[in-house]
Write a protein that binds this ligand. Structure first.
Ligand code: ATP
Ligand code: MG
Length: 437
C-alpha cells in the first residue's frame, strides 16, 4: 500500500515550503486554473494545482496543461462546477478525474487519491485522503508538488531540490514504484529526454532490473511513450541508456543498432512529429522482418503519412536493394518516385542519406526532390532507335543496359545534349568491350 512508503526527504508539515511567482506574461490556462481553484474553495473543498504544471512553473516553463487535485470526491467536483454553469465531463471517473471545460480550456480535476492495490498496469484507488498521500502515489519527486491559491508550494518529497540538481528520483523505493506500474520506466526516460535530468544510480539499476515488466503493458501505451521520447532533440544518451537497460530490446522486439541515432539532430528545422518518425526509422533500420513492418508500425499510432514515410525509407521498392548495392540517392529517388508518385521526397531523401550514409556520394548529396523532379520531367534527348542508327546496335540486352545507364547518368546531370549522350554511350560500350560501328 502506497501510504506506507516513507521517503528519506519526506517533509512532514502540510503547509507551503515556499511561494511561487505569479507568471510575468499572461497565461490564460493559469488564470483559468486559478478560477477553478476558487470555485472548489467556494464549495467548501481544498484544491491545489498539482503535478506537471507545478514542476513546469518552477522550471520557468509555461505548462501545456493544468491539473488540479482536490479534497472533493468526483460527484462533489461535478456539483461544484455545475452550480457555476461550468461543463464537466467524467473522463476518468473511476480514478476520480473529471474534465472541466472553462472558456475553452480543459482542466483535469482529480480527487485526492491513494492507490491501494496495483498490478503493474492498473491501480485500485480510494478517494479523499490527504495531499501528502496523493503526492506519495505520484511517480517522481518533481511531479509530486502542489501550488495553492496563494501561490504556496507544497513539496513533500524534495522535488524542488531534485529539480535544481537535475535529478530524476522516484517518490519512495524505485523498485517498488516500478512494479506498481511498469509504464513508469518509460515515463522516466521520457522526462530524461525532455529535461535532460538524469535518474540517480539506484533508479537506473531499478529500470534495468524491471525492464522485462514492460511486456505486461499494452503495445499502444508503450508506443505512445516511445514516440514522445523520440520526438525530443539530443537524446543520444537517453537512447543509449534505454539500450543498455534492455528497455529498447523489450519494447521494439529486437536489439537495434544506434549508429546513426544522433545524426537527426543536424536537421534543425524538423518538427517533433518528423523527428520521431525519422528516429523510429533509424532504430528500425535493422528490423528483421521488413515485410511485416507496416503491420508492426500500426501500434505506434502514427499518421498514415508517417507510416508510408517510414516504409519508404526502410522497405525499398523491390528493384532497389539499397544498403547492399549502395544505390545513389538519385537512383533511389527514381525508384521511390515510381512507387510513390504522390509523395514529397525531400525529407525522405535527407533521412535516407542518414540511414545509408555509404550510399551518398558527395557529388549527389545536394540532390533535392525539386531538382530531381525537374530532371525527371526533362526527356532524355536520346532514344533507342538513335543508338541503333548512330552506333549500329541491335535491339537486345546490351541496348537495354546502355539505355538504363544513359538514363541514370542523364538524371545525375552527367550529360545534357544528344552529342554528349552519344559520347557517353561510346565510352560505355568501349568499357563493356564492344566496339561501336
Ligand atoms: P506532461 O507535461 O508530459 O503532461 P505531466 O507530469 O503532467 O507531464 P501527466 O502524464 O500529464 O504528466 O500526468 C500528470 C501527473 O500525474 C504527473 O505529474 C504525475 O504526478 C502523475 N502521474 C501520471 N502518470 C503517472 C504514473 N504512471 N504513475 C504515477 N504518477 C503518475
Ligand atoms: Mg500533464
Amino acid at each position: 500500500m502506497e501510504n506506507s512508503t516513507k521517503n528519506k526527504q519526506e517533509n512532514s508539515a502540510d503547509q507551503p515550503q515556499a511561494y511561487l511567482e505569479r507568471p510575468t506574461s499572461p497565461d490564460q490556462g493559469y488564470e483559468i486554473a486559478r478560477k477553478a481553484l476558487g470555485i472548489l474553495k467556494e464549495a467548501g473543498h481544498e484544491a491545489r494545482l498539482a503535478g506537471g504544471c507545478v514542476r513546469d512553473r518552477l522550471l520557468g516553463l509555461v505548462p501545456k496543461d493544468y491539473d488540479i487535485a482536490t479534497t472533493a470526491h468526483p460527484e462533489a467536483i461535478c456539483l461544484a462546477f455545475k452550480q457555476k454553469g461550468v461543463k464537466t465531463v467524467p473522463t476518468g471517473i473511476d480514478h476520480g478525474t473529471i474534465t472541466v471545460v472553462m472558456k475553452g480550456v480543459a482542466l483535469e480535476v482529480t480527487s485526492l487519491r491513494s492507490d491501494v492495490e496495483t498490478d503493474g498496469r492498473r491501480a485500485k484507488v480510494v478517494f479523499g485522503i490527504s495531499f501528502r498521500e496523493d503526492a506519495a502515489r505520484r511517480d517522481f519527486t518533481m511531479n509530486a508538488m502542489y501550488e495553492d491559491e496563494q501561490y504556496g508550494l507544497y513539496d513533500y518529497f524534495g522535488g524542488a531540490e531534485d529539480l535544481s540538481k537535475k535529478v530524476l528520483r522516484f517518490v519512495g523505493d524505485p523498485l517498488l514504484r516500478i512494479r506498481e506500474d511498469y509504464l513508469r520506466i518509460l515515463r522516466c526516460f521520457r522526462f530524461w529526454a525532455r529535461f535532460q535530468f538524469r535518474p540517480d544510480d539506484e533508479t537506473l539499476l531499478a529500470l534495468k532490473q524491471e525492464a522485462n515488466g514492460l511486456a505486461q503493458l499494452s503495445q499502444e501505451r508503450v508506443c505512445t511513450e516511445i514516440i514522445q521520447i523520440l520526438s525530443e532533440a539530443s537524446i543520444e544518451n537517453v537512447v543509449e541508456a534505454m539500450l543498455s537497460c534492455g528497455v529498447l530490446e523489450q519494447v521494439l522486439g529486437f536489439r537495434p543498432s544506434l549508429k546513426t541515432i544522433a545524426q537527426i539532430d543536424a536537421y534543425k528545422s524538423i518538427t517533433k512529429a518528423e523527428r520521431s518518425g525519422a528516429r523510429l526509422a533509424l532504430l528500425l533500420l535493422e528490423y528483421p522482418r521488413k515485410d511485416e513492418l507496416g503491420e508492426y508500425l500500426k501500434a505506434f499510432r502514427l499518421s498514415g503519412r508517417q507510416i508510408q514515410q517510414i516504409l519508404l525509407w526502410l522497405v525499398p521498392p523491390s528493384s532497389v536493394n539499397v544498403g547492399k548495392d549502395l544505390a545513389t540517392p538519385m537512383q533511389v529517388l527514381d525508384r521511390w518516385q515510381r512507387a510513390w508518385p504522390q509523395q514529397d521526397l525531400t525529407e525522405a531523401l535527407a533521412v535516407y542519406q542518414l540511414l545509408y550514409p555509404d550510399a551518398s556520394e558527395p557529388r549527389v548529396l545536394a540532390v533535392t526532390e525539386k531538382d530531381f523532379g525537374m530532371r525527371r520531367r526533362q526527356p532524355m534527348p536520346l532514344k533507342g532507335h538513335d543508338l541503333s542508327k548512330d552506333l549500329g546496335l541491335a535491339a537486345g540486352p546490351l541496348l537495354g543496359q546502355l539505355l538504363q545507364h544513359l538514363l541514370e547518368s542523364f538524371r545525375n546531370g552527367e550529360w545534357q545534349t544528344q552529342k554528349e549522350g552519344l559520347e557517353r554511350a561510346r565510352e560505355y560500350l568501349a568499357n563493356a568491350g564492344t566496339r561501336p560501328t
